[in-house]
Design a protein around this ligand. Structure first.
Ligand SMILES: [Ca+2]
Ligand SMILES: [Ca+2]
Length: 165
């Protein structure tokens, strides 16, 4: 009788126990070791620690002398042709300082975005300094809360969170 109860318990568990397993957010599978694609990446902070110091040709971004010849950093995020984020303008940034922006926006994980960086020339418009990749989710990387873009001239750090529902 004891054995029968044991067999019944084991069979019941075989059918039911696995189903009750609750994996942490972002993981699935019987061992909770398979990553789930997040629905959204929450982009909290963007930090620029490097950008093109000079224009193509080697001149400074702005005329004038001293700090005013430094670029007035400004950026926008696009989803296709739609502008989904405008930053504030960071005036006369010194090369080597870190510019920290807090967009606090949500990006769909299956959508391509572009981030364009400008020198804002006020009434004379915008001068494109370049574009950088936004953070993405890559399967196998788990879910890093810090991501980096490191290009020829740009170095950007993103602080992100992931949403699964
Ligand atoms: Ca300029
Ligand atoms: Ca300037």
């Amino acid at each position: 009788m004891k054995n029968l109860l044991y067999i019944m318990f084991v069979s019941f568990c075989f059918l039911q126990c696995g189903k009750d397993r609750v994996c942490p957010d972002g993981y699935t599978g019987s061992n909770c070791d398979k990553e789930v694609r997040p629905k959204r990446i929450l982009l909290d902070v963007i930090e620029f620690s490097s950008w093109p110091q000079f224009k193509n040709g080697g001149s400074k971004w702005d005329t004038g002398t001293g700090a005013s010849s430094n670029p007035d950093l400004y950026f926008e995020i696009y989803n296709g042709a739609n502008n989904i984020y405008f930053s504030q303008i960071y005036n006369n940034v010194t090369f080597g300082e870190t510019v920290k922006d807090i967009p606090f926006i949500s990006l769909e994980s299956n959508t391509l975005y572009s981030l364009l960086v400008f020198d804002d020339d006020g009434i004379n418009g915008l001068e494109l300094m370049g574009s950088v990749d936004l953070p993405k989710w890559l399967e196998g990387d788990d879910f890093p809360t810090e991501q980096y873009f490191i290009g020829n001239e740009f170095v950007v750090k993103y602080t992100v969170r992931y949403e699964f529902k």
